[in-house]
Design a protein around this ligand. Structure first.
Ligand SMILES: NC(=O)c1ccc[n+]([C@@H]2O[C@H](COP(=O)([O-])OP(=O)(O)OC[C@H]3O[C@@H](n4cnc5c(N)ncnc54)[C@H](OP(=O)(O)O)[C@@H]3O)[C@@H](O)[C@H]2O)c1
Length: 413
């Protein structure tokens, strides 16, 4: 049975019989460390319009945590396969192309965006592939993600790997950066001079929201949990920071009228803290993904006619808020989900041009993928993390040396 070693680049086009993968099975859903196990599995078959990519490195995202937990929804209900290989970000080398693929050939160095759709329906061809009834997030709603030596993708998911980045950096940004791009550029239509409140500003989405605001000529105000993250944000060019530690904003499930009153005064205090940083203005746009614990505050602090753009709900999806703040002040709530291939391509150009930087904080050897997800699940990370697969090390260029595996949990400079 032919297999490939990790952290090496085999002869182009050569194929093993089996590959190593971090696999989740239905009977071990739970914490990432419990759920994700190293297994040897067959390679995915490659059909028309599909591409097999040799994975050099894979990015860590919160959807790997959701997939491991099996909550709020089990991924096995989404794709019906008996196994799940998570991973919705990758850098790699095109290894084999399926029938009809013309834009890519074996040997091309690529990054992968994670939106899949049928490509044939009117929505795909006139509205937006995100509106396709077959739309899926690769590596979350599909079972052959990037935490494996090979992954199978649709050809339209491929983008050229920015040449200035190493493999680890290139694997780290796609899902969160492209999502933030659609949220701010397309859904919220951020304008120069806008004040944009960014929750979780030192997290995976936040680090790109901050940078995009700067590129768009807007003023980001970052929210973080501790003073320790201030310096981290300063390095991204964000000096307007609110530390949420001293505010009791979370709405409890059985809130009493007294607690509701106290929370309203906390929201007002939080709003005044923001105004101190903006010359007395309320945010034009609030960048939301935290959900239950922050959403009432987001609706409250947005300016009259302001926008709240939301793509996730880390603390819970069943949101409660005082809708009077929405209608009386004519605010808008905008849903957003990943992005389409054109938006990903436009966003990728900003990375190629060096206008947006990947914010890779830590890299892990392949077998430590579950540990990286554990750090994310417990909010003990900053920016982005990546896992080496065929790439050799933090410096990322697998062609420099093929012998050395990356050091455990190495923090990238
Ligand atoms: N729909 C989509 O296309 C899409 C795409 C990407 C991500 N998402 C979702 O968006 C969410 C965030 O993703 P991510 O990659 O940015 O995750 P992340 O790297 O974990 O960052 C999230 C940040 O949220 C902050 N946070 C956590 N709990 C909080 C609370 N109770 N109150 C206020 N802030 C809190 C944390 O920062 P501090 O502790 O410093 O405040 C953390 O850094 C996840 O649920 C993910 O599944 C959705």
């Amino acid at each position: 049975m032919k297999t490939f070693d990790l952290y090496t680049v085999p002869e182009l086009g050569e194929l093993p019989d089996r590959m190593q993968a971090l696999v989740i099975r239905p009977d071990r859903e739970g914490t990432p460390e419990k759920a994700m196990k190293l297994e040897e599995v067959p390679l995915p078959p490659v059909g028309p319009g599909q591409v097999l990519v040799l994975v050099m490195a894979a990015g860590v995202n919160f959807n790997g945590v959701w997939a491991a937990r099996g909550k709020p929804v089990s991924v096995f209900k989404m794709h019906g396969e008996p196994f799940h290989i998570a991973g919705s970000d990758a850098s790699g080398i095109v290894w084999k192309v399926g029938e009809g693929v013309q834009r890519w050939k074996a040997g091309d160095e690529v990054v992968v965006h994670c939106n899949q759709s049928c490509g044939q329906c009117p929505e795909c061809n006139g509205l937006d592939p995100l509106a396709c009834s077959d739309q899926k997030i690769w590596g979350y709603e599909t079972s052959w993600g990037s935490f494996a030596q090979f992954t199978r993708v649709q050809a339209q998911q491929l983008l050229p790997k920015p040449k200035r980045l190493n493999w680890m950096e290139a694997a780290s940004y796609g899902l969160t950066y492209f999502t933030a791009y659609r949220m701010l550029v397309h859904q919220a239509d951020v304008q120069p001079g806008d004040n944009v409140l960014v929750w979780g500003a030192a997290g995976g989405l936040g680090v790109f929201a901050i940078q995009l605001c700067k590129v768009l000529g807007a003023n980001p105000i970052g929210v973080v949990s501790s003073d320790a993250k201030r310096d981290f944000l300063a390095r991204l060019g964000c000096d307007r920071v609110v530390v949420r530690e001293g505010f009791d904003l979370a709405q409890r499930p059985d809130e009493t009228p007294e607690q509701a009153k106290r929370r309203t005064s906390e929201m007002k205090r939080f709003g005044s803290e923001i105004r101190k940083l903006t010359g007395g203005r309320d945010p034009d746009v609030v960048f939301e993904h935290v959900g239950r614990e922050t959403f009432p505050t987001s609706v409250f602090v947005a300016k009259k006619f302001g926008k709240i753009v939301i793509c996730g709900a880390t603390t819970g999806f069943d949101l409660q808020f005082d809708v009077r703040h929405l209608w009386m002040r004519q605010k808008q709530i905008l849903g957003s989900h990943f992005c389409n291939a054109y938006q990903a391509e436009r966003a990728n150009r900003l990375i190629e041009e060096g206008k947006i930087q990947p914010v890779l904080d830590r890299v892990f050897p392949f077998h430590e993928g579950p540990i990286a997800h554990e750090l994310m699940a417990t909010n003990r990370h900053r920016g982005k993390m990546a896992i080496a697969v065929q790439a050799r090390a933090a410096s990322g260029d697998a062609t420099e040396s093929r012998s050395q595996a990356p050091a455990a949990g190495h923090r990238a400079a």
